[in-house]
Design a protein around this ligand. Structure first.
Ligand SMILES: Cc1cc2nc3c(=O)[nH]c(=O)nc-3n(C[C@H](O)[C@H](O)[C@H](O)COP(=O)(O)OP(=O)(O)OC[C@H]3O[C@@H](n4cnc5c(N)ncnc54)[C@H](O)[C@@H]3O)c2cc1C
Length: 381
């Protein structure tokens, strides 16, 4: 066992670290304030190969290991969580299409997605089905060579900005999870429009939109896999997605910790740096411990997925532990800065607002615990 990054891993980490410092960190505050979606930055990330991280080279991707992916997401999230999340969703969609799509579908979408010419979005949740995702109702009825879609999807990251939407829709009402099918909707299709944009606590530069389908005809050629395979495709995508969110949480936590540490050295009260007080030292020590533990869990889950081992429980552990830790660390970073932490002169209040959602999306942390417990105990009722 070797805990050091190899040369390739540290080279890619350093490249993304430089990119984040130049292209993301200086603008993150403004994007947050103005709710700006930085599409131009996605084009630059495509130039570094980051838009095709889950795609083979024959389709224009870079096919990084999940471990390398985790290193990339951590570095990006140190600059801004929202952009890292948008990229993670995009790569989740691209990877699903590359893996489950046929040759024609890969040619049609994957190459453009990997090149950053197209942006992807993933749509499982609905207003009445969040944690109980298999209860989704958005209906797709077969009519000749088309599916006809009626209904709506909620909470779609990259919604409105994305070109390619990986939808989970109901094709058989009576069949539960096995009545769900995966279909690609493209922006601009007749009968496909966008509903409300969510007004969120944080993650402001990541648009979260509702999708509306009214008599929307989508050719069967846009179906990914077989009818009834949609939920399986969604769950497979979420294993990788959860590891990415864990890595993003590590990045936000590290950024919050770094800000708190610097402040603790510089800020003086009672004629001493506040870092000299044990009350502050213990907070910083706990933060550092939890960041190290989170990072190792994320790396382990990524390693399991990379080596073809059963990874779902580890992905849930990594996501749950790292995001709970990051929420605590961001909150305590605000505490270390006192009043300065609560205002926008420092980024820690943004980290705290942004990171909250990591405990909620890609399966809430209660649902991660359900997944972990089921893996440990079996499906006892
Ligand atoms: C900013 C943002 C972006 C998102 N992006 C996407 C996206 O791109 N694509 C997408 O498909 N979805 C997306 N989502 C949706 C997200 O995945 C859901 O919000 C999440 O799965 C929770 O569903 P819910 O909000 O309906 O909560 P609910 O399912 O209603 O849960 C409410 C509460 O009950 C708890 N709960 C529910 N069931 C159980 C149980 N069995 N045991 C214990 N506790 C339970 C939950 O943990 C939670 O605390 C996004 C959400 C947000 C906020």
């Amino acid at each position: 066992m070797n805990f050091d990054l190899n040369d390739e891993q540290s080279d890619i980490r350093d490249m993304v670290r430089r990119f984040t410092a130049q292209e993301i960190t200086p603008y993150a505050e403004t994007w947050d304030e103005t709710h700006h979606f930085p599409r131009a930055v996605y084009a630059k990330m495509a130039g570094l190969g980051l838009m095709g991280m889950t795609t083979r080279e024959e389709h224009g991707g870079t096919m990084l290991s999940r471990l390398l992916g985790a290193i990339v997401y951590e570095e990006l999230a140190k600059g801004e969580m929202a952009t890292a999340v948008g990229l993670s969703v995009h790569n989740m969609v691209t990877g699903s299409l590359a893996h489950f799509g046929n040759a024609e579908q890969r040619h049609r979408w994957v190459t453009g997605l990997a090149a950053g010419e197209l942006l992807g979005a993933f749509s499982l949740s609905e207003s009445m089905s969040g944690s109980d995702a298999a209860a989704l109702q958005c209906r797709a009825t077969l009519d000749g060579d088309d599916y006809v879609l009626h209904g709506s999807k909620l909470w779609v990251t990259n919604g409105g900005e994305a070109d390619v939407y990986l939808l989970m829709v109901r094709t058989t009402p009576t069949k539960g999870a096995t009545g769900i099918t995966c279909i690609v909707a493209e922006k601009g299709m007749m009968g496909f429009s966008f509903g409300k944009t969510e007004r969120k606590m944080g993650l402001h530069s990541s648009p979260t939109r509702e999708l509306l389908f009214d008599d929307c005809r989508i050719p069967t050629a846009n179906r990914i896999g077989e009818e009834g395979q949609g939920f399986k495709i969604a769950l497979a995508a979420l294993d990788g997605g959860r590891i990415n969110i864990g890595a993003i949480a590590v990045g936000v936590a590290q950024a919050a910790f770094d800000t708190a540490c610097t402040y603790a050295r510089e800020r003086e009260q009672f004629n001493k740096p506040i870092g000299a007080f044990q009350g502050i030292q213990f907070m910083l020590a706990d933060m550092a411990m939890k960041i190290e533990a989170s990072r190792l869990l994320v790396y382990e889950a990524a390693y399991k997925l990379d080596t073809g081992q059963s990874a779902s429980m580890y992905a849930s552990m990594a996501k749950c532990f790292a995001t709970d830790a990051a929420m605590e660390i961001a909150t305590n970073a605000v505490q270390v800065l006192g009043g300065a932490g609560y205002v926008r002169d420092y980024p820690v209040e943004r980290y705290m607002r942004d990171i909250k959602v990591s405990q909620i999306f890609e399966g809430t942390n209660q649902i991660q615990r359900v997944v972990i417990a089921r893996a440990l105990l079996g499906d006892i009722r």
